[in-house]
Each structure stands twice: as C-alpha cells, then as structure tokens.
Design a protein around this ligand. Structure first.
Ligand SMILES: Nc1ncnc2c1ncn2[C@@H]1O[C@H](COP(=O)(O)OP(=O)(O)OP(=O)(O)O)[C@@H](O)[C@H]1O
Ligand SMILES: [Mg+2]
Length: 259
C-alpha cells in the first residue's frame, strides 16, 4: 500500500525549477531510496514533504491525507520525521538532552495533554528519559549519552539524528544522506539499525543517498530523480542498467556502478 504519494509536485526558487512535475510513491514497510545527481531536487522534495517548504503546485498525500503546504509541526504530528543533510544537533547539549528536546510527534501527542491536564510532570519526564535511554541503547550511544553533542564524531551525530527521528514515534522517516561523512564501521551499524527499525518496528524509510553501495545493500525500490522529476524506478540493478539514468549521471562524481 502506498503510504506517501507525490503527484505533479513543483517548486521554483526564482528561475530555478528545483522540483518540476515530480510524481512517485513510497510503499508502507519499504526502505525506499531517492537517488540522483547533485541538484536533482531531492532535498527540496524532502523539505516539501516535511513541511519546511510549500509546493508551488501538485499534491503530497500521506495515508490518503493531503499534507502539501502543512507546517512542519503539523506534518510531524501525522507521523513523519526528517533528518537533515547536515546534522542539526544542539552543540551545547549532551547527546541525551538532544533527544529530550525533540518536539513531540505522533507518539508524544498525549504527552502535553497529560502534562498540563493532570500535572503528571514527573512521571512524563521519567517516561521520556526512559525512552531516550532506550533509543541511545538501540543506537549504541549509551557510552556517549552525557557527552556534549559537539564532541561526537560525524557518524555518531548521524546516529543521533536517527535517534531524534525515533523519539518522535514517526512511522515514516526521511533520511537525507545518512552515509555522508560516516566511517565504514559506523556506516554498517547505521544500515543495520535502519534495517532493524524497519523489520522489528515496521518503520518505513525514504533515504536520499549518494553512496550507492549502501543503497544497493539496504534499499528497494530505488527511485531516480533528475532535473526535478522521477526518471526511473526499480531495483538498483534495474535503474543502473537504464541508459537514461547513466546519461543523467554523466559528468557527475557519483556514477552508478552496480549491475
Ligand atoms: N533555498 C534555495 N534557494 C535557491 N535555490 C535553491 C534552494 N534550495 C535548492 N535550490 C536549488 O534547487 C535545485 C535542487 O536542489 P536540491 O538541494 O533539492 O538538490 P539535491 O538533489 O538535494 O542535490 P544534492 O545531491 O547536491 O544534495 C538546485 O539547483 C539548487 O541550487
Ligand atoms: Mg540534497
């Protein structure tokens, strides 16, 4: 079943058609990749799904509900979380504190209500702290829980970003280049964590990634964006065999090499 459906989405910045008639869908339960050359409009598409930008035209539906043009906190409440191409951690807070300040999404919806209506502040704080510790444990970050986020390695910051998405209770997580700047060991761990969240908790992922090894190991299907629209989709082998995809990548640093 399609969880997310984009249809004819457009977004321009001045004269630049960053997203130009983009249509695709993300199946519930999948780990879907969004690949394509630099400037293809991938991050802009994520920003529109997550409510950071409003589409100029077209529709974005999540579980049959139009979300195009909603604000970021409203999209979060529907159960969508997005991580950034460049991690947005609070440098002056510890790793644990970074998780504790995540705005409540779907799972946290009851939290504020109970905080204010019933005054169960202490218990809710404990619940949140417990959840944060579970997330740190899951990600193997317990040993750096009390370190300042600014002290974490690039890979640990990426894991923390995933942790923030987990804290919201999102059912669809959008990851923008999770592999960038992550060493090979942590990259394997990150991929394993994504797969476990997908298999054990049924979380759907849509992942923008230039590391095509990572994509071929982790993702199916692979959607290829070029010049603001969907160029091809299928398995990694199928899309990399597509002459139009090869053409789109010509002159790019990231040439698909998988057959
Ligand atoms: N805020 C903005 N203002 C002006 N132009 C923008 C803005 N954001 C993106 N663009 C332009 O829109 C196009 C698509 O950018 P986008 O960041 O979505 O590409 P991308 O596919 O994520 O690329 P990359 O793989 O390099 O991250 C590019 O030409 C980019 O320069
Ligand atoms: Mg991008």
């Amino acid at each position: 079943m399609a969880m997310l459906v984009a249809e004819g989405v457009e977004k321009s910045f001045g004269g630049v058609h960053a997203v130009n008639g983009c249509s695709f869908s993300v199946e519930e339960g999948s780990i879907t990749a969004l690949i394509g050359p630099n400037g293809a409009g991938k991050s802009t598409m994520f920003a529109m799904i997550a409510g950071f930008l409003a589409p100029d035209r077209g529709s974005i539906r999540f579980r049959d509900r139009e979300i195009g043009g909603l604000r970021a906190h409203e999209v979060a409440r529907q159960g969508i979380a997005r991580t950034f191409q460049i991690p947005h951690e609070f440098a002056g807070m510890t790793a644990r504190e970074n998780l504790l300040v995540v705005p409540a999404g779907q799972a946290g919806e009851n939290l504020l209500t109970s905080l204010f209506r019933h005054g169960r502040v202490r218990r809710e704080e404990e619940r949140l702290r417990h959840r944060a510790d579970e997330v740190l444990e899951f990600l193997g970050l317990t040993h750096v829980a009390d370190e300042l986020a600014s002290q974490l390695s690039g890979g640990q910051k990426k894991l923390l970003e995933l942790g923030k998405a987990m804290m919201t209770g999102a059912r669809l997580i959008l990851l923008d280049e999770p592999g960038a700047g992550v060493n090979p060991t942590l990259l394997r761990k990150l991929a394993e964590d994504i797969r476990r969240l997908n298999e054990e908790q049924g979380i759907t992922f849509c992942i923008i990634e230039h590391d095509l090894d990572l994509v071929s190991r982790l993702c199916n299907p692979v959607l290829v964006l070029a010049e603001g629209r969907l160029l091809a989709q299928g398995t990694m082998a199928e899309v990399t065999a597509d002459p139009e995809v090869k053409e789109a990548y010509l002159g790019e640093a990231h040439v698909p090499s998988h057959e």
